[in-house]
Design a protein around this ligand. Structure first.
Ligand code: PNS
Length: 165
């Protein structure tokens, strides 16, 4: 049996905590599709194509069974389109749990055949979030330990170039 999982998120941008989860999941599943949500209600720092490309470069060493795809709408429909039986989400701390439980149970109600699996990020990335990384970058702090190298370069470049119009 081929085990397929999707790992959905906003990934604005991908952090080392996300990458750690992707790495762990890549060892557990035959195929892993990282799903980047295109949410028209949010104004991301990076457009959908940029986020997909940055993740692609960041996970390049995980193997050909790890791919990246943009999606909109429901995560369970994205999972079904890819023939996935599992949704992967990362947990950094207890504070993540409540919202994740709510999402997992909502997704189970929508698609009982798809299970959410949680992976704990490495302790060293427990503090890392996309929003705090952007804040640190905005004020010139060192984001090297927080995000993959391609993301760090893109963040510095984006902030140097000014906001997108
Ligand atoms: O990286 P994030 O912002 O924590 O990811 C949240 C995400 C994208 C997984 C969640 O918002 C989501 O699944 N959105 C798609 C819409 C959906 O399926 N909603 C119902 C279940 S939560």
């Amino acid at each position: 049996m081929t085990r397929v999982a999707v790992f959905p998120g906003s990934f604005d941008p991908m952090t080392n905590a996300h990458l750690d989860v992707a790495r762990r999941a890549s060892g557990l599943f035959d195929r892993l599709v990282i799903g980047v949500l295109n949410n028209p209600k949010k104004e991301p720092m990076f457009g959908i194509d940029e986020r997909v490309a940055l993740i692609g470069r960041s996970v390049a060493d995980l193997g050909a069974h790890v791919t990246v795809d943009a999606f909109d709408g429901l995560t369970v429909n994205f999972a079904k389109r890819h023939g996935a039986g599992f949704i992967v989400r990362g947990l950094r701390a207890v504070s993540d749990f409540e919202a994740e439980l709510q999402m997992a149970l909502t997704n189970r109600k929508l698609a009982p055949e798809i299970d959410t699996t949680f992976l704990m990020t490495a302790l060293e990335y427990g503090y890392v979030s996309s929003s705090l990384t952007k804040e640190v970058a905005r004020f010139g702090g060192d984001i090297g330990p927080m995000v993959p190298a391609p993301v760090a370069e893109a963040l510095v470049e984006r902030l140097r170039a000014g906001p997108r119009v």
